[in-house]
Ligand binder design. Structure first.
Ligand code: IPM
Ligand code: SF4
Length: 418
């Protein structure tokens, strides 16, 4: 049994078996403005609920089309505010941040919890030893009304990261390389559990990029067991452990496993239109771009902005190219201001957007026109993701994105990092 199955077992008070369906209490639930209208509709119109069992464990986020780019979004936001007021639900309004980032940095979710989110990238928070599941709006609504959810207990696949992370390589390059190997459907029905000596080199920021992108190999969920570094992070933030299970894993806990030699990985991109179309930067170097986006729940954290600033310091975004930077939360934005990161990026002619999903999901603040090409630190590059159906998105690390912004074409970041 992997860590997730052990967390589920502890929550329901008996050992579970992969494949079985169980019903469990949920520790936290969240939804965002892309899914909340459906959630609200199920609760108010279909279930006719006037009491929400999990109202005080529920969190709503206005992060997708935020601030509202058109009347339809503004109307959704107004509905969400009304609903949250009516049921006394905590709402994170425009500018607070992207859900997956905020629930972690505000200590809403803690190790050992079972969390559902009406967003496919909810497993991002598994980086802190949490069992997180992305669910549809109906399951989210039922969770909010009854405080419970159903779970199909997953099989667990172990990924062991071995060795030192080379210069200029980020956890994004590691996870894109893995997706290139296993494929976008490589983990259907499975949860991914990360192990290996590389993990201790990775900050919580970097770990969240790993778990975030497991959704793109169709994993049900993803988790990283707590280690000393994670515990230190929790302590320094004043957050406690909730219902965590310590264990020493062996091969028999997993349905299968793979070892990844991190020293062999260099900067890579996912070339459009598939996330698993992974190529080394060398193979695509020189491809001209129109836009760069640094942000999202994948790579909009402090460490990501910091490396971009290191590369762009004293340099300028290439004439004719736009580089949009959106910190994933207000806290990150403020810290980036304090550290002078925002100054450096603005002096380099980057456009600083508020914390928002906007460009990542093609909602606003950087939509691509026909035939335009972008490099983005996000997690999806399928046709039309960031705008016109004939636009293209290359996915990369923030370092590669920043180096590419300076040159106006896809560029190896190692050139700018001594
Ligand atoms: C809008 C929402 C349902 C969607 C998701 O669940 O992933 C979005 O966040 C995305 O990244 O495409
Ligand atoms: S930043 Fe992108 S991937 Fe993340 S939740 Fe928002 S739209 Fe989805």
């Amino acid at each position: 049994m992997g860590l997730i199955d052990r967390i589920i077992s502890k929550a329901i008070g008996r050992d579970v078996t992969p494949g079985e369906i169980v019903v469990t209490e949920i520790d936290a639930i969240y939804a965002q403005d892309g899914t909340a209208p459906l959630v609200i509709n199920v609760i108010e119109k279909e279930l006719n609920a006037d009491r929400l069992e999990a109202w005080n464990r529920t969190y709503f986020f206005i992060d997708h089309s935020s601030p509202a780019p058109h009347v339809a979004a503004a109307t959704v936001h107004r509905e969400m505010r009304r609903f949250c007021r009516k049921f006394n639900i905590k709402l994170f309004d425009v500018g607070y941040g992207i859900s997956h980032q905020v629930v972690v940095e505000d200590g809403i979710v803690r190790p050992g919890m079972i969390v559902i989110g009406a967003d496919s990238h909810t497993p991002t928070i598994g980086a802190l030893g949490i069992y997180a599941l992305g669910v549809g709006s109906t399951d989210a609504a039922i969770g909010i009304v009854y405080g419970k959810t159903w779970i199909k207990v997953p099989e667990t696949f172990r990924i062991r990261l071995i060795g030192k992370v080379p210069r200029g390589v980020m956890s994004k390059d590691i996870i894109l390389s893995i997706i290139g190997t296993v494929g976008s459907d490589g983990m259907i029905g499975r949860a991914v559990e990360f192990h290996g000596d590389t993990i201790k080199e990775l900050s919580i920021d970097a770990r969240m990029t790993l778990t975030n992108m497991c959704t793109e190999m169709s994993a049900e969920s993803a988790i990283i067991p707590l280690d000393e570094r994670a515990i230190q992070w929790l302590e320094s933030n004043g957050y406690s452990i909730y219902r965590y299970v310590d264990y020493s894993p062996s091969s028999k806990d997993f349905v299968d496993e793979m070892d990844v030699e991190v020293q062999k990985i260099g900067p890579v991109v996912s070339a459009p239109p598939d996330v698993d179309n992974v190529k080394s930067v060398a193979e695509v170097e020189g491809i001209e771009i129109d836009q760069v986006f640094i942000g999202s729940c994948t790579n909009g954290r402090l460490e990501d902005l910091e490396i971009a600033a290191r590369i762009m310091k004293g340099r300028k975004v290439r004439e004719g190219i736009r580089c949009i930077v959106s910190p994933a939360s207000r806290k990150i934005y403020l810290e980036a201001l304090r550290r002078g990161i925002i100054d450096i990026l603005t002096e380099a002619n980057c456009v600083i957007a508020p914390p928002t999903c906007g460009p990542c999901v093609g909602a606003h603040m950087g939509i691509l026109a026909e035939n335009e090409v972008a490099i983005a630190t996000t997690n999806r590059n399928f046709t039309g993701r960031m705008g016109h159906k004939n636009s293209k998105v290359y996915l990369s690390s923030p370092a590669t994105a920043a180096a590419s912004a300076i040159e106006g074409r896809i560029t190896d970041p190692r050139k700018y990092l001594s």
